[in-house]
Ligand binder design. Structure first.
Ligand SMILES: Cc1ncc(COP(=O)(O)O)c(C=O)c1O
Length: 400
C-alpha cells in the first residue's frame, strides 16, 4: 500500500543511533545517552499533586475545551506579562496546544496550502522543515550562518530566490540544534522584514527559559506591534520539566490564533482537564522554577564543555538551550556526522545526535543533549577523552 504523505518523510537518521544504543546496552555497554532531547528532570511536585487531586474529581473527566480552559490561557498571559512585559488578551491571543510541536504542525495547516512556501532556517528542529511539507507547501532553506548578521543576509537572499514568494517564516531562538541566540534588535529587524514582505513569522520559543551566563532570550512579541505579523509558541516542556504532559501555547496575532482554534475544534477536545489545572498551578505558583531548571542545564553544560576542552575538543559554550553543538574534531571530520556519532557510541559509549539529522547544513557537527546528570556527563567526557587520546589530532591543525 502507498501512504504518500507519510512515505515522503525522510528516514529518521536519529533512529540509527537510538537502535545502536539499544543494541550496545543489550550487550552490556553502559552508554551515556545524550542523543534524544528528552528532559530527565522531575516535574514540579505541586503540579504532580494538583494533577492527582484534580483527577479525583469526575467533573474533570469530561471533554475539556479544545482551546484550553480560560484560567489556563490567563495563566499563560500573566506569565508573558511578568516574564516579558508583553500584554496578551487571553480570550483572543492565547491558545492551548498539545505541546509546541503539535501547535506548530497544525498551524502550518492553517497557514499553508499546496502551492505556498515557507522560509525555514537550516539546520533545524525537523518539524520546522516537515511541518510546512506535511501541509503540502514548499520550503526555502535559509542557511543559519555563524552569526545573526549572516542569518539576516541569508534570509534576504532566500526571499529573493523563493518561488512562490513565502507566506511564512519559521524561526526559533535559542536555536535547536545550533544553540544560536539573538537579541531584541534582531527580532525588530525580523518584524520589519515581515511587514515589508507581508509574511507571518512563527517563532518557536521552546527554549525561552533555558539561557545561561545572564543572557535573556527575547520574545518576538516584545517588539512593539509584533502581534500584527507574528505568533509565538511557548511550552512547559523545558521551562517546567513537563515534557510528557504536552502543554504548550500559540500566542500573539489574534486572527491566526482564532484560525488555529477553529481548526483544532474540529480535530480534538483539548488536553485532559487535570493536566490543564496542574499547568495553571505550575505557571502561577512557580515563577522561579524555570530559572532553577536553567541553572541545572548550565552546570551540565560546563561539565561537558570544560571536560571536552581539557580533552582537546574546544569550541564556544552555548548561551542557551539544553544542547551543545560541537564541530567534529578535525581528525574525524571526513567520517561525516553519522559515522562519527556511531564511533562515539561504539568506542566512547556516548550517544549523540548526528548533525545531518537536522538537514544537510548540520553536517560537520554533532549535538549533545544535556539530559543525563553531571556524574554521567563526566563519564561521557572520560570515554571521549580516551577516544581522542587514541586518535590524536594531526599536528599543525588548529582546533576550532
Ligand atoms: C525547537 C523545539 N520546538 C519544540 C519542541 C517540542 O516542544 P513540545 O514538547 O512543547 O512539543 C522541541 C523539543 O525538542 C524543540 O527543540
Amino acid at each position: 500500500m502507498e501512504f504518500r504523505r507519510v512515505d515522503n518523510l525522510p528516514p529518521y537518521v536519529f533512529a540509527v543511533i537510538r537502535d545502536l544504543t539499544l543494541e550496545l546496552r543489550r550487550a552490556g555497554e553502559d552508554v551515556v545517552d545524550l542523543g534524544f532531547g528528552n528532559p530527565d528532570l522531575a516535574s514540579p511536585d505541586i503540579a504532580v499533586e494538583k494533577l492527582a487531586e484534580a483527577a479525583q474529581n469526575p467533573r474533570n473527566h469530561r471533554y475539556s475545551a479544545s482551546k484550553g480552559i480560560p484560567n489556563l490561557r490567563l495563566a499563560c498571559a500573566n506569565l508573558y506579562k511578568r516574564r516579558f512585559g508583553v500584554e496578551l488578551d487571553h480570550e483572543t491571543q492565547v491558545l492551548n496546544t498539545i505541546g509546541a510541536k503539535e501547535g506548530l504542525s497544525h498551524l502550518m495547516w492553517v497557514l499553508l496550502e499546496p502551492g505556498d512556501s515557507a522560509l525555514v532556517p537550516s539546520p533545524s528542529y525537523p518539524i520546522h522543515i516537515h511541518g510546512p511539507i506535511l501541509a503540502g507547501a514548499a520550503v526555502t532553506r535559509v542557511p543559519m550562518g555563524p552569526d545573526e548578521e549572516d542569518l539576516f543576509a541569508n534570509l534576504e537572499d532566500a526571499w529573493e530566490r523563493a518561488q512562490p514568494k513565502p507566506r511564512v517564516l519559521i524561526l526559533s531562538f535559542p536555536h535547536n540544534p545550533t544553540t544560536a541566540t539573538v537579541d531584541l534588535e534582531f527580532m525588530e529587524r525580523v518584524v520589519a522584514f515581515a511587514r515589508h514582505h507581508g509574511i507571518l513569522v512563527v517563532h518557536d520559543f521552546a527554549y525561552a527559559d533555558l539561557a545561561f551566563d545572564g543572557y535573556e532570550p527575547p520574545s518576538i512579541l516584545q517588539v512593539p506591534g509584533a502581534d500584527e505579523v507574528a505568533v509565538e509558541l511557548y511550552t512547559l516542556t523545558k521551562s517546567f520539566s513537563m515534557a510528557g504532559w504536552r502543554v504548550g501555547f500559540v500566542v500573539g496575532n489574534a486572527a491566526v490564533v482564532g484560525a488555529l482554534a477553529r481548526l483544532k475544534s474540529w480535530l480534538d477536545y483539548g488536553t485532559f482537564q487535570p493536566i490543564q489545572i496542574a499547568a495553571i498551578v505550575a505557571m502561577n505558583e512557580l515563577p522561579d522554577y524555570p530559572r532553577d531548571v536553567s541553572a541545572v542545564y548550565q552546570s551540565r553544560r560546563d561539565t561537558l564543555c570544560d571536560g571536552l576542552a581539557r580533552a582537546g575538543w574546544v569550541f564556544p559554550k552555548p548561551k542557551g538551550t539544553m544542547f551543545v553543538w560541537a564541530p567534529i574534531p578535525e581528525q574525524f571530520r571526513e567520517l561525516g556526522s553519522l559515522a562519527f556519532a556511531e564511533k562515539l557510541a561504539r568506542e566512547a559509549s556516548v550517544a549523540v545526535s548526528p548533525g545531518i539529522g537536522f538537514g544537510g547544513d548540520g553536517e560537520g557537527f554533532v549535538r549533545f543533549a544535556l539530559v543525563e546528570n553531571e556524574h554521567r556527563i563526566g563519564q561521557a567526557v572520560r570515554g571521549i577523552r580516551k577516544l581522542l587520546e587514541r586518535s590524536p589530532e594531526p599536528t599543525g591543525v588548529s582546533r576550532s
